[in-house]
Write a protein that binds this ligand. Sequence first.
Ligand SMILES: NC(=O)c1ccc[n+]([C@@H]2O[C@H](COP(=O)([O-])OP(=O)(O)OC[C@H]3O[C@@H](n4cnc5c(N)ncnc54)[C@H](O)[C@@H]3O)[C@@H](O)[C@H]2O)c1
Length: 337
Amino acid sequence: MRILVTGGAGFIGSEYVRMLLGAPGGSAADVPALDPTGVTVLDALTYSGNMANLAPVADDPRLRFVRGDIRDAALVDEVVAGHDVIVHFAAESHVDRSIAGAAPFVTTNVVGTQTLLDAALRHGTSRFVHVSTDEVYGSIETGSWTESWPLSPNSPYSASKAASDLLVLAYHRTHGLDVVVTRCSNNYGPYQFPEKVIPLFVTNLLDGGTVPLYGDGGNVRDWLHVHDHCRGIALVQQKGRAGEVYNIGGGTELTNKELTGRLLEACGAGWDRVVPVADRKGHDRRYSLDITKISQELGYAPSVDLEQGLAETVRWYRENRAWWEPLKTASAAQAGA
Ligand SMILES: NC(=O)c1ccc[n+]([C@@H]2O[C@H](COP(=O)([O-])OP(=O)(O)OC[C@H]3O[C@@H](n4cnc5c(N)ncnc54)[C@H](O)[C@@H]3O)[C@@H](O)[C@H]2O)c1
C-alpha cells in the first residue's frame, strides 16, 4: 500500500510517518499494522514544518519527500497519482495566528483540502483520511460532544477546519469518494513547534523565563498524547466506515491553570514564573469529546497516562535543545523584524 501523508513534516504528521515506518525508539507494537510499501510526504515546510522531525526515518528507502504546497493543483495532481491512501494533516494550525490573519487558514485549510479531494477523485484514491479537530464543535459547558453534534466553530482556524470537514464529507456524498474524518482533542508530545502551550511553557521554563497564562486560567482542554492520536488515526484509516466521523480524545480534562501547575512542577519552577495576560479573543471555554464511537467500533482507547506522558515530554524537550532552540531563535527574530 502506498500512502501519501500531507503535512508529514509537522508535529502530528511526522509522528504518523515515524509510526508507519516503525522508527527506532518508537512504540510500534501497539499500532495497527499498515505495512506501507511506500510513504510520500508532501509538505510546504512552512514555519512549523521541519525536516528534523523526519530524521529518525530519513534513511528508510520507503520514504519519499516532496516539498510542495497543497494549493498547487498541478503538483498535487502529479503527487497524488499512484497512491492508495491519502492521510491529510497539512494545515495552518495555530488559533492565535488565525486571529492575527485568517487568509492562509482559508487558502490552505479549505482550498488546499479541495485541491487534494479533486486529485483523489481523478486518480481513484481508495481512501482519504481527513485529520480534523474537536474545535469545530465550538465550546461546551457540560457534557461531551458526539460526532453528530452540530458544528459551531468560533475562531478563524476552527471555522476553516469545519469548512474542510464539510467539503470532505460532501465529496463522499456527491462523488462517492471513500473518506473518513477524525476529530481529536489537544495533542502534546515531542516535536511540537514551541508556540503551542505545552512546548512553549516547557521551553520557556527550561530557559529560566516566564510563561503567559491567558485570562483566569479556567479554560478546559482534553489532552491527548500524539502517539495515541496517531494510533487512533491508523485504526480509522484501516477499519473506519466510509463517510463517517470519529472523535479521538484522551479523556484527561485539565484547566489551563491545572496544566500550568503540572508543567511548573515537572520543570522545578514556581508560580512566580507565571505572568497573567489578557484572554485570547473569542477563547473557547471548554472542549470535551465523547469517544464511545471509536472505542466501540474500532477498539480504540488512549494508552499514555497523562502524568507519565507529560513527564516524558518535558524530558524530551530537556534533552533535545538542539531541536527547539533554533526554532525559538528564528521566531524571536521574525517577531522583532
Ligand atoms: N496540534 C493539535 O493539538 C491538533 C489537534 C487537533 C487537530 N489537529 C490537526 O492536525 C493536523 C496537524 O497539526 P499539527 O499540530 O501537526 O500542525 P503543524 O503546524 O505542526 O504541522 C502542519 C504541517 O503542514 C505543513 N503545511 C502547512 N501549510 C501547507 C501547505 N499549504 N501545503 C503543504 N504543507 C503545508 C507545514 O509545513 C507543517 O509541516 C492539522 O490538520 C490540525 O488541524 C491538531
